[in-house]
Design a protein around this ligand. Sequence first.
Ligand code: G6P
Length: 616
Amino acid sequence: MCGIVGYIGPRNATEVVVNGLQRLEYRGYDSAGIAIHGEPEGLQLRRSVGKLINLVEHLSEAPARGNIGIGHTRWATHGGVTEENAHPHRSSCGEIVVIQNGIVENYRELKGRLIELGHTFDSQTDTEVIAHLVGHYYSQTGQLEAAVRQALGELRGGNAVVAFSVSEPDRIVAARLGNAGSVTIGLGDGEIFVASDMPAILDYTRTMIFLEDREVAVVSRDAVRMSTLTGEYVKREPVAVQWDPVSAAKGDYKHFMQKEINEQPRALMDILRGRIDQDAGKVYLEDLKLDDAALRRVERIYAVACGTAWHAGLLAKFIIESLACVRVEVDYGSEFRYRQPVLGDDALLLAITQSGETADTLAAMEEARNQGAPSVALVNAIGSQAARVADGGTIYLHAGPEIGVASTKAFTSMIVGAYLFGLRLAQARETLTPQQIREHIQALIELPGKVEQVIQQTESQCADLAEHYYHATNALYLGRQFNYPIALEGALKLKEISYIHAEGYPAGEMKHGPVALIDENLPVVCIAPRDPIYEKMLSNVEQVKARHGQVIAIGTVGDDDLAAKADHTIFVPETLPLLTPALTVIPLQFFAYYVALLRGADVDQPRNLAKSVTVE
Ligand code: G6P
């Protein structure tokens, strides 16, 4: 979620960078900082905790001037909200300054190595590790570009990194690893801009170049030289951006849904930011109002939601029961209040909602309030009604605006949000040790990268599959245990945007009805990752094949047995079983998207549906 800006040219870099940060403040407002270099002042670092206005005030007392600079608005991930943790960070020699958007997954290992080499750290951030690592290689090569390249070669995770050195004040080096942090370079007349998002620099230029994954750009006043991380020269023509807020928001994507599917790695990084402490084995939920004692008192949780969010509720049940040993019931908002639920003060209502405005979910929250049970909202829209009325506090998804009616990134963020809540409960109730929590945190840290892998590897496969099946009139989705909710979600995605009738079923229930539907024309999506129930799922695949159904299997990478049985197989990487749904759902999102495209349906605004259902 962090915002990044850089500038080199004749203007005062402070003004350009601060102006850009103002356009990006929605990306994070835990702290802000800039590093400016000028003559005779040299390097001027200014950092302030809190909103950008604090930095602006700091700058009015201690101005900074120069023709090269970088700036950052922070959404805290590693390390609390303090001035030392604010970016930019410096190398040991103090010559190199670095800002980052992303997570360095292996920062602890790198930090350990650097400490052994004699580096001392001023902050708890993962970004400072990058600064020291660049500094380490700089001391060997004496060249910033080479040092950044070498350092980035050792990072795991998705990152956008921007750096400059006071010994080379004629260039900024910007790089991108993975899709979690975008880097845009804006070309001016004798000046060049760098930003995480176009709006930051649109006041100055509309001629843009976008860095791709594993590319490095060396930016001087009048030239950009781009290459891959391994050093191959990259030639890319600049794009003239026609500024129209809607199309620009869609970027290069044809539909918001496609864009939002692709945004999932970033969304998942954003929900984790500032909330996990790998060293301590702890989870922090900053807006949760329930303390440890209150969390220990909870005997029952009612997860209440509608639509896709209800599927996330089903997953929340698995997650919370397994991590925190608290009983969870899952309800549709529209059913909850009319069935006269008996809550009591040891119950907690967990409202799960992207918009925070769904009338039925809000009604359930009201029912809880009437019965004296606190509500916690797992919600995306900042300041929405659900967030306001949740007396037990809010867990924001931070997925960014979701425009496509068919929910995608909000869903995977809800899974991770429920996971964080499950870990927070486990921490309070001591159902997991800090070491066990650490292992879950590690899996969460690795999840955005795995989601990215699934996106890269399955989109075109799903587009091909859609060609096979877009004429289907029915489809069946089967899954077990943690992937039963994904069978429901996959079926919902297909029916809501392509208008094909689709049913999701727990695979074990297939023999009690749906099996009658199976013939050679029925596509049957079988979600069968290697999890504790894998063997059972494999038997279900065989049962479908015995009746000549067309099996589209979603399995764990390397599963040749499954591939031999299915007509088509799509693989996802391994993760903790409880997290597999965040991976297996992605090909189903793509499949629905491409089927709908081929059927000429209105993907982002399917007929009869609405994004926020504010009526009963
Ligand atoms: C509508 C949307 C769905 C969404 C559901 C619940 O049906 O089309 O995508 O899952 O509402 O919305 P919420 O905002 O509460 O998550």
